[in-house]
Structures are given as structure tokens and as C-alpha cells.
Design a protein around this ligand. Sequence first.
Ligand code: SF4
Length: 388
Amino acid sequence: MSSNATTIKGIYVHIPFCISKCPYCDFISGIPPDENIVEQYFGALKKEILIQSNLYNLEDCETLYFGGGTPSLFPKKLEEVFQLLQRLCPKIQEVTVEINPQRNFNPSHFEFATRVSLGAQTFSPKYLKILGRTHTVQDSITSIKRAVAKFKSTNIDIMFALPGQSPQEHLDDLKRAVDLGANHISAYMLTPYEETPFGKAVKKGMIKLPNDISKFFEVQKFLEDKNFKRYEVSNFAIPNFECRHNLIYWNREDFLGFGLSAWSKIGDTRFSNTKNIKDYISKLSENKLPISFHESLDVHRKIEEIIFLGLRKIGEGIDISQIQKFLDVKGFLESALKRFGKFLELSADKDGNPKFLRLKQKYIYYIDAITVELMILAEKYMDLKTNG
Ligand code: SF4
């Protein structure tokens, strides 16, 4: 019986195995899928789920997301995990599996899923090679067509601002994704993470990334003409096909993460599992949770999180009701609009009270800078509230 009154809305399950490691990837992934370690890993994963299900009530959980890594390498094992979770979480409605495109992708191996997310990344052979991806354009096309025919919702991951890429080439990728019938598109800017081979090559000047990012965001307007809505800075969906699981993160609802390096959020507490697979398996073999990091958000970190996640929800924005008890909202909003009014807009309720502060669509590529500025400003108006 659960001893914790929190309402878990979503579950993330991390599968860290991949056939090879892509040079730009900084996820905890790319572990070779040797049979022995895969067996041990899934055994540990099930044990972790059972231990946590004794601590938390999972009955109201709505979503399950298998991410990685490459979960699609293990359809039978995912189904076993799904069956276990289905018993614990009878209200799950959305089940997503990340799929690596491949010519022999068989959707019927994933009957338990309602939604798949295909890592196509680009439809250009040239850029697939630059990204070090092992799949081909034809692999993506075949996989997407089969997914669209089978699942309620199909997401396609597209990367942009690739070395040497023009905005027009990014637009070509988006057009292809729409033509293939996706109802959700995640468009991520390539980030040269320092510790990756790709990041190191960028640092040494061996690879050059495009300078003017704004043009890439501009061509994404094409998706709006095709009835997609940008509901988060990197995510577009046909209305009613938004990813409920991701909304749990952006709405700051509670979720549990299982597997290597997985994060959980319970109220104002965040914790994550070890990144070392041997530790992960060995801890669980002793019936211990493999948690290696734990933090409780103080009011400062909480405001930062509300601003960071709120601004990302394009079209909605920062929910003023979430911050008003912590800071002098009137002063904060006046100052924010005076200094950054060109980039921001404020919506009001029917009585004229401020409701949401959001970034104007046309300045979306300034999101990181505006986020930092608003966090600094919020800090100032938090002190004013505390000091009367
Ligand atoms: S397949 Fe995906 S998770 Fe695996 S290394 Fe490549 S980008 Fe990372």
C-alpha cells in the first residue's frame, strides 16, 4: 500500500542501449546491447518499479514513455514492462515508444503503444552522414509510413542548424515530415555538447555551425500553415495530438523515472538514478533504490523552474498565479515589460488581472537570453516581497 499521497501523472522508462553511439549525443545511451547485460538490466528495472510502487501511488498515472537510448531494439521486453505497469497504473492512456528508423520496423511488435516517436533527424543523406546516424533516408520513410498507418499518433524528430545546413534545407525536412503524415514534430537545434566528439570538433574549429539561427525558426512557420501548433519551443502538434507526457514535465506535474540516470519529480523534490549501469544493477540486486542525486527546491529554484518551463510553453507562457505568492508581481511585471516589452506579451483574465506572461512567437530564438533576464528580475522582486 502506498505511503505517499502525491499524484504521479507520468512514468518515464530509460533504455540506455544503442547499436552505436552517435557523435553528438550526450544522453546516457550507446551501451552495446549484449544479451547478458540486457537481461540483467530489465530484471533490475522491474525490481525498481516494484519497489517504487510500494512507496508511491501510481493509480492516477496517465502516461508511460519509453525513451533512450534505443528502446525499439527490445519490443518483447518493453511489452513485459508495460504489462507490469498496466497492472499498477490502470488509467494509463498514452504509451510512447522512441523508435530508431529501420527498414524492417514492424509496428505490430509494439501493439501496447499508442504513440511512437521516430528519430528520423533529417531526410538528407548528406546530413545523416554528418550526424553519424546509421539509418538511411529510405529507412525513415518506410518506418514513418508504417507507423502512421498503425498508431494514433506519430512524432518525427528533426534536427536543425546542422553544419553547413541552410534554413531552406531545414524547411525541406519539415515538408517531408508533414507529407509523410506525422501529426507531431519535434524540431531540435543541434547542440554541440562539450564532452561529445562533435562538441570537441566544434570547439577546435573543425566543424562550423550556422551563424544566424533566427532564419531556421522563421521557416518553421510553415508548420503553422499546415495546422500544426507550436505548443512548446521545440514541439509542434496538430490540435489534440500534443504529447501529454511531455506536458507533465512542462506543467510541473509529478512523475517517476525508472532506469539508468532517470529523473523523478515529486512535489518540490527532484531525484535521479545513478549513471553507472553496474551500480544500477548491483543496487537493485540488493533491493536498494539506485538513487544518486536528490534535491529539494527552495523558493528561488522553484521560481526559476516556473519561469524556465513557462516560457517554453509558447502560446501559453508563465502562469502568473504560480509566482504571485513568492514575489511582488506588480513590480516584476512592470519592470519586465518596460525592459523586455518588445519580446514579451501579457494576457489578462476577464477582470483585467494578469494571467500569463509569454514570449512573442517572432522572438522565439531569444528564449534563453530572456529566460535568464526574467530569472534575475524575479530574484530582485522576490527580495522586495520578503523585505516588505
Ligand atoms: S541512437 Fe539516439 S540515443 Fe543512441 S547514441 Fe544515437 S542519438 Fe544517442
